[in-house]
Design a protein around this ligand. Structure first.
Ligand SMILES: [Ca+2]
Length: 424
């Protein structure tokens, strides 16, 4: 019988949880969470990044980059086209569909260089691309300067593409995270509903990039000969989560599936995640707009009995050596967005486990997501067990999950809030 109070007491006395979640002796308790609203009435908050003192940078998809000072004051730093109230405006930055200002990251050496980074759609390169932009923040945390676009050539789905699935800006990726292990910046990019992109050696969509603070390829990325050296892994669909396992620092992605099979995948250098929506590949013929990502029933609804016939998120028939997912959301697509490992004794049984947030709205017969799951991932990264968090707040579309410097979990929702979830 499960006895959480005894487990909690035992852990308090004997510190029985290790950073990898392996337990000795009695099982630690599952934490309960309490909920505090940090910011509300935001416009599609997309991501957060913290300084050690709790200062929180955050993005809003169609507004820009802001910062919440430790006293609670919010200062709008860099606004997109037509945004109001920002210290500065960049007229080339725009939002459309899923695209806009997305991920934000703080440089590991912020104390000396004061760099923050955002991923945003920009009109500077026709017909629009996604860029990773480096900014320098002033001492008062009230303005940014010295904009440097360190990556300029991440594909964006333009309005003129006229595909029937999704609209402009679809499958836009956008999470950026520095690894606490190697110190390099990892960038997740989407396939932009273009069948040629994910397996392309040169197009940067459907990839995880690994770069330094100037945008140059990090050493040891390991992609095959002929690949852009910034590519770390390829063959992704639309990863919007990347997080690093405590202890090993191995990166894991969380990405959306096509009406089936959201995937969490342990990445290895040069790995192929196995997504290839080109027509006329093994087991399929032509597809509308040369994009087979929803075949064989391109307009839904999904019949679960057909699941095995759908184009796989990981095509091991064509790519026998593709990276296998640790978990595929039980074969469902429910809008897997952000993910983070959490660490610290206060997380009790979840110390070292991955928390992944969902925000699917249940189109085409797929069930609604709007929850947070806890994954206990095997040491080899090839399997996981899942439990669902008993939320202390209304169900929401979870766009971003970040563990703050205070050890608590911060979540951004499409309902316009950023909240703090504290384990108890
Ligand atoms: Ca895959």
């Amino acid at each position: 019988m499960y006895r959480p109070m005894m487990g909690a007491l035992a852990c308090a006395l004997a510190a029985c949880a290790t950073p990898t979640g392996v337990t000795t002796g009695m099982q630690p308790a599952v934490p309960s969470l309490s909920h505090t609203v940090v910011l509300t009435k935001l416009d599609s908050p997309w991501d957060m990044a913290f300084l050690p003192d709790g200062t929180m940078f955050f993005t809003e998809k169609c507004q820009g980059l802001s910062v919440r000072h430790t006293n609670g004051t919010v200062v709008k730093l860099l606004g997109m086209k037509d945004a109001k109230g920002y210290a500065s405006i960049a007229n080339d930055l725009f939002c459309e569909g899923q695209a806009g200002m997305a991920g934000v990251a703080v440089d590991p050496n912020f104390a000396s260089n004061r760099f923050v980074y955002v991923y945003s759609s920009s009109s500077l390169t026709p017909p629009g691309t996604n860029r990773v932009i480096r900014l320098r923040v002033n001492d008062a945390l009230t303005a940014v300067s010295d904009r440097t676009d360190i990556v300029t050539d991440i594909p964006y789905k333009p309005r003129a593409s006229n595909h029937p699935f999704g609209g402009p800006g679809a499958h836009n990726g956008g999470r950026i995270r520095f690894s606490p292990g190697d110190g390099y910046l990892y960038v997740t990019t989407g396939d932009t509903h273009n069948g040629q992109v994910p397996q392309s050696p040169t197009l940067l969509g459907g990839k995880v990039l690994r770069i330094d603070r100037d945008g140059k390829a990090a050493p040891g990325n390991g992609a095959p000969a002929g690949f852009d050296p910034r590519i770390y892994t390829y063959g992704h669909r639309n990863p919007q989560g990347i997080t690093f396992r405590p202890g090993t620092h191995q990166p894991f992605t969380a990405e959306n599936g096509p009406w089936h099979s959201d995937e969490v995948t342990a990445l290895v250098p040069g790995g192929n995640a196995g997504w290839d929506p080109r027509p006329n590949m093994a087991g399929r013929g032509p597809c509308p707009d040369d994009y087979c990502g929803y075949s064989p029933n391109q307009m839904g609804p999904m019949d679960p009995k057909q699941r095995a016939a759908f184009m796989p998120m990981t095509d091991t028939r064509t790519y026998p050596n593709a990276m296998r997912p640790a978990w595929n959301n039980d074969g469902l697509s429910q809008g897997m967005f952000g993910a983070t490992f959490v660490s610290g004794a206060q997380w009790k049984a979840w110390n070292g486990r991955m928390l992944v947030g969902f925000g699917g709205i249940g189109i085409h017969g797929t069930p609604v997501g709007n929850r947070i799951d806890v994954l206990d991932i095997a040491p080899n990264g090839l399997s996981a067990t899942r439990t669902t968090v008993n939320l202390p707040m209304p169900a929401a579309r979870f766009r971003s999950l970040v563990q703050g410097p205070d050890g608590n979990l911060y979540v951004a929702t499409d309902e316009g809030t950023i909240s703090r979830l504290t384990p108890n």
